[in-house]
Write a protein that binds this ligand. Sequence first.
Ligand code: ARG
Length: 609
Amino acid sequence: VLGDAARGADPLIRPSDHADFQANGVLPLAKAVKGNPRELATRVAAVLAPIADAADEAGAGAGAAGAEAGAAGSAEAEAGGTGSAAAAPETVPTSGVIAAVEVAGPGFLNLTLTDAALAAQAAERLGDPRLGVPPTAVGRTTVIDYSQPNIAKEMHVGHLRSTVIGDALVRLLEFDGRTVLRQNHLGDWGTQFGMLIQYLVEHPEARPAQAEHSGEAAISWLTTLYRDARALFESDTEFADRARKRVVTLQGGDEESLAAWREMVAESKRYFEDVYARLDVRLVDADAVGESFYNPYLAEVAADLEKRGVAVWSEGALCVFFEDILGPDGDPVPLIVRKSDGGFGYAATDLAAVRYRVNTLKADQILYVVDSRQALHFRMVFEAARRAGYLPEDVEAVHVQFGSVLGTDGKPFKTRAGKTVRLIELLDNAVDHAVATVEEKNPGLPAADTRAEAKVVGIGAVKYADLSTSRTKDYIFDLDRMVSLHGNTSVYLQYAHARIHSILRKLPAGTETRVHPELALEPAERKLALHLDDFGATVATVIENFEPHRLASYLYALAQTFSDFYENCPVLKAPTDAVRENRAALVELTGETLKLGLALLGISAPDQL
Ligand code: ARG
């Protein structure tokens, strides 16, 4: 229609309620060539219409032949549609993809696909472990900083969010072909260690009994140690002095201090690993690259920033200033690289980490899965790193922020006594809650099996509740809702998946799950096929915006669409063998899509529940 003007233009095709898809691309195109959008849309439709007519004929005559063309011709049709569109109708490939074109509104095109094209899409993905979604980022490297709990401290729900979101992103990015380097930026350095080490040195009896080595025992003695050391630090000025001196000896590399520090790190890791194992997240010891790792580089980074004029001395501290980054009172807030007491802090460590991640790890994308309260910190770190040349233009740095976890009362999530909720306890609670769900669904199950299933259901529920809400929003931690069989929960999805497998097991012996492209589809079958077709596009948006909740919404809608299909289109009692095989193929593809989708979120979906 437009020749060169249209070459490479995005047709902006989106799923639509009025037809299968709507193409909105004519509007920007009309603007570009200063044409009338409706008129232009009519002309594009006229070019597409013969394809629809040809498909009609093919459908009426040799159905199978038309369908074959559909299977092979979808890419061709696309090229023909945008490229050589000015050609005579006869030369437009009769792909059998488009069944109807209609101009709507100011110049939209409503597109309806042929059943054969939908069938061909389904057939292509069925049985493919990637469900037809190609990896798009092979050869690229992401460094992802997530989980980040603090040594000698309880992990809190913020760390839980970071761990769960980070783990889902790792799986999604790896699926996209990226090399993903996990960095658990442990809070394992800082002045608080002076107090802890000093206490441990003075009170060797404060160590745990050798025999106790569960993660729970580890965190329990660390919590006690922290509490006792802090109390002494606050009440005994001489101890406080010794603790401050201990910070200096630790930083000077004193062996006794380092040994006590290592001991606390090891005990904390025992606890973190216990939590990670329960959560089934992909974090191992080698991923623990804590703040202490960057300690040897801090002085050099500070000197370098000063030399480059990025950081300047102000009131005794080495700072980076930003005109455009203002604090709450409207004054510019500085990023402090070196404090007036000579110590380096959190920001210096993050600057050294950026340098390491770019220069040594060769990242072209660095993600920080950290709560939104640190937004200002990361804005300043990224900007300072850009100025210093540590973060080149072609390396993307993103603060993947998330909101807070709230209790059912809408206030920050705490125990009734107002304390931090212990993570292991929280996960145990979730499993206990899930026992009731499993019993409701499967009353006769032996206790041990119930427990095993409750683990899958309960842990999945905790993760899914987090991942299914838009990450920047706060969400309410409500176990009853999380483990419910109804609504947008992982439990609903896991049972939908298990039900699919039970349907497949009941198919008459010898039934193949096979797409029959010659069959006309019922509305519920079409709807399901169309939704299945949207999986790849959904995954692509999720990866682009780091928004796992879009995948969760997709899966929930898929399970609902499936349920509608299953109500309206009998599978086991299908009218013919071909229809049964075709429907069984849709059932199987739905199962595979649910399983892969949940796996990308870090949630398992057993075939039997
Ligand atoms: N350990 C910190 C905390 O518990 C989070 C660290 C985030 N990562 C980073 N590179 N600063 O708040």
